[in-house]
Design a protein around this ligand. Structure first.
Ligand code: SF4
Length: 163
């Protein structure tokens, strides 16, 4: 399986989630949060250049020097950051240098916050290692255990993991 931004995100969010998605157990379509995320994409980002597919990745928008990624919440910034780093890396490998802009919406306040992220050699080295680790994880016979975290309640795999 080819690594994509979702797998990178899940690797940081939960190794079991990454394993399940990497092995094509896809429950995403049933998740209310995923439906909200898709609705956000459809209603907020209908400007030109919205959602561009490049190889195994889908980026929300490219505008000027920025590659812009929108998230429906700021609940797992670390996972979102690495997903965006990965997109920047894929583009860089195609000779396109961009700066990442991560825009997170906060449902409660109806507000958004943005942060700028940039690739460097250390991040690229980490991404190469992370790709290898994800491949080893999803090709393993051992599925990681449930993590019993508060974030499980918002996960598309909650029913699969706990019920
Ligand atoms: S429900 Fe929890 S343990 Fe299961 S995949 Fe989601 S985050 Fe991981």
């Amino acid at each position: 399986m080819k690594i994509n931004g979702t797998l990178i995100n899940y690797y940081f969010h939960c190794k079991r989630q990454c394993y399940l998605c990497g092995n094509r157990l896809n429950l995403e379509d049933n998740s209310e949060l995923v439906i909200i995320g898709k609705a956000l994409h459809e209603t907020k980002y209908d400007e030109e250049n919205s959602e561009i597919s490049i190889e195994s990745i889908k980026v929300d928008k490219i505008k000027g020097k920025y590659l812009i990624e929108y998230k429906k919440s700021n609940s797992d910034i670390e996972a979102c950051k690495w997903q965006l780093y990965y997109y920047l890396y894929v583009l860089k490998n195609k000779g396109i240098d961009k700066v990442g802009k991560l825009i997170c919406f906060e449902k409660k306040t109806n507000d958004s916050k943005s942060m700028i992220i940039e690739l460097d050699d250390e991040i690229i080295g980490n991404l190469i290692e992370i790709e290898k680790k994800i491949l080893a994880l999803i090709n393993s016979d051992d599925m990681p255990s449930v993590i019993n975290s508060s974030k499980c309640k918002k996960c598309a795999y909650y029913t699969y993991c706990y019920i």
